[in-house]
Design a protein around this ligand. Structure first.
Ligand SMILES: [Zn+2]
Length: 201
């Protein structure tokens, strides 16, 4: 069962979007550490075996799991504020960038190059210790890559009234306003239609 929608166009944005509308607590899908593992699995950061290992380790070490879960929330909040400010042309808070850099500092020592079928690819070292913060590492790296890429100017926040989703606008004229036309786009249209009828009637 898929619990997360991965349509933001970048891993770090999809992670921020695990909270659909920041004004409504019930739209937060990152309910516990297992939800973080589920996100990482659905995003392809963990295979099934790694996910099962992390879940087991979280049950064995609840205090460590609580710290990793708090770290996930902290990183997600910083990512949301940072990219939301960027999307809306507002000043980016230095503490949010510092938070992302802190997560990078934890992540990057675990990065390595692995040989795969005759070629080489970036990979994450399997430290054996199964650190519960491992799912956050590729997310921090994704944020660093997006912040330093030409795509940064394409980051948008949905115009939907009950939606705080971030996404990459890949449209040619950079005019995309909603996370998805089916949900927020159609709701906005229906609302405009309703208001027009009210004011004209
Ligand atoms: Zn939306």
């Amino acid at each position: 069962m898929t619990r997360f929608e991965l349509s933001g166009g970048a891993l770090c944005l999809d992670f921020a979007n695990s909270w659909g509308d920041r004004r409504r607590a019930e739209s937060d899908r990152l309910a516990d550490y297992d939800a973080l593992v589920a996100f990482a699995g659905e995003a392809g950061l963990l295979d099934r075996r790694q996910a099962a290992r992390l879940s087991r380790r979280a049950r064995e070490a609840p205090a460590e799991a609580a710290r990793a879960y708090a770290a996930a929330h902290g990183l997600r909040d910083a990512l949301y504020r940072l990219f939301s400010a960027q999307a809306r042309g507002r000043r980016v808070d230095a503490s949010d960038l510092a938070h992302v850099n802190g997560a990078l500092h934890e992540a990057l020592p675990h990065l390595r190059v692995a040989r795969r079928g005759g070629t080489y690819a970036w990979d994450w070292a399997d430290d054996g210790g199964e650190p519960l913060q491992a799912p956050l590492r590729p997310i921090a790296r994704s944020a660093a890559e997006l912040l330093t890429s030409d795509d940064l100017g394409r980051v948008r926040e949905c115009d939907g009234a009950a939606c705080t989703w971030l996404f990459l606008d890949q449209s040619r004229n950079r005019s995309r306003r909603w996370c998805s036309m089916e949900s927020c786009g159609n709701r906005a249209k229906a609302r405009r239609h309703y208001h027009r009828q009210r004011t004209s009637g």
